[in-house]
Design a protein around this ligand. Structure first.
Ligand code: SAH
Ligand code: MG
Length: 204
């Protein structure tokens, strides 16, 4: 295993080690089948784990983010980080951080940044994907749009992975859980074990 949790701890982001390890393991398996895609690059923490797996297998990761931050990451909100504020423009810009992570991690020839809103990136998409990791906006609107846009490209036997599924509303928003349940109810997916808040489904 080539992932380095000490290195990962230097990347800003939202992913505990046990979830990251599982994400790496399933990404390794999926990478054998084709390219992977994540929605929600932020500063590159999840891209480090997925991308490292892709590099080992000669695959690639498309990482989609407009880099302007989610609602809860804006000034005055719960997950605001002042380091990420572009003071000249007075708005969040995580792209320089993401880019630096790719460089430090040696992933510039594996991870393809797609600096765009998920809806825009998906509008003309046509490439089958071995894994889709949904970790973008956490409003119902954003999370269900990500599911609707991207799940149709998952290959047979490929994986749909959803972060931040909480069964107790006090732990977090319920949109990712709702998307997970929508996927289950579609009968297009088999649920695999969850790890923490990470839901993993296999496309039938
Ligand atoms: N996966 C990251 C965390 C992602 S945080 C990690 O491991 O640390 C969520 C990210 O989703 C933010 O960077 C935000 O800019 C992005 N985002 C929110 N809504 C989006 C949308 N509609 N399209 C693209 N990116 C979006
Ligand atoms: Mg998350």
């Amino acid at each position: 295993m080539t992932i380095d949790f000490a290195f990962a701890s230097t990347i800003k982001g939202f992913m505990p080690d046990h979830e990251a390890r599982r994400l790496y393991e399933i990404s390794l398996e999926a990478a054998e089948k084709g390219p992977e895609l994540e929605i929600g690059s932020y500063c590159g923490k999840s891209a480090y784990f997925i991308g490292t797996a892709c590099r080992e297998k000669g695959s690639v990761l498309f990482s989609v983010d407009h880099h302007r931050g989610s609602e809860e990451q804006q000034p005055q909100e719960e997950f605001f980080d002042p380091d990420l504020l572009d003071t000249e423009k007075d708005r969040i810009d995580t792209f320089p951080f993401f880019r630096r992570t790719l460089e430090r991690a040696g992933l510039e020839d594996t991870v393809i940044p797609v600096v765009a809103d998920s809806n825009t990136a998906g509008r003309m998409w046509a490439t089958p994907l071995s894994m889709v990791f949904i970790d973008g906006g956490h409003s119902f609107e954003a999370a269900s749009a990500d599911y609707r846009i991207w799940q149709q490209y998952i290959m047979k036997g490929g994986l749909l992975v959803i972060h931040d599924i909480f069964y107790n509303p006090e732990e977090g928003g319920q949109a990712p859980r709702q998307v997970y349940e929508t996927a289950l109810a579609s009968n297009l997916y088999d649920p695999l074990d969850m790890t923490g808040s990470l839901g993993v489904l296999r496309r039938l």
